[in-house]
Design a protein around this ligand. Sequence first.
Ligand code: MN
Length: 129
Amino acid sequence: MRLVCAISMTKRILVVEDNPDNRILITDVLESLLYEVIVAEDGEEGVTKAKAEVPDLILMDLSLPKKDGWTAAGEIKAETALKEIPIIALTAHAMVGDREKALEAGCDDYISKPIDLRELTSKLKQYFE
Ligand code: MN
């Protein structure tokens, strides 16, 4: 019974990241924390998978092919069915402008790259509590 309960409570995280090394690293870390991971390799795929999968949280790289992360986050937040999903931006440059733009686009939070795994873990906990 407890196992069934644990499985039904598994949080699903959509990782939108075009860099394969980062994608694999983030996926490995999240899976080791027992989250279910859905990946998207560009902003367009990110929006498509957000709509199709309705994840519990989204980690959104900003510099992405096809559609940048700011645009993708804005489109996701414009969907009634998706607007409550927390979006954490992954900001490559640790630049104040990038972060402000991410929050303006509708992201709820940001983490700077290179990703500090403890920061990532504690932010996820915060959103899932
Ligand atoms: Mn990128």
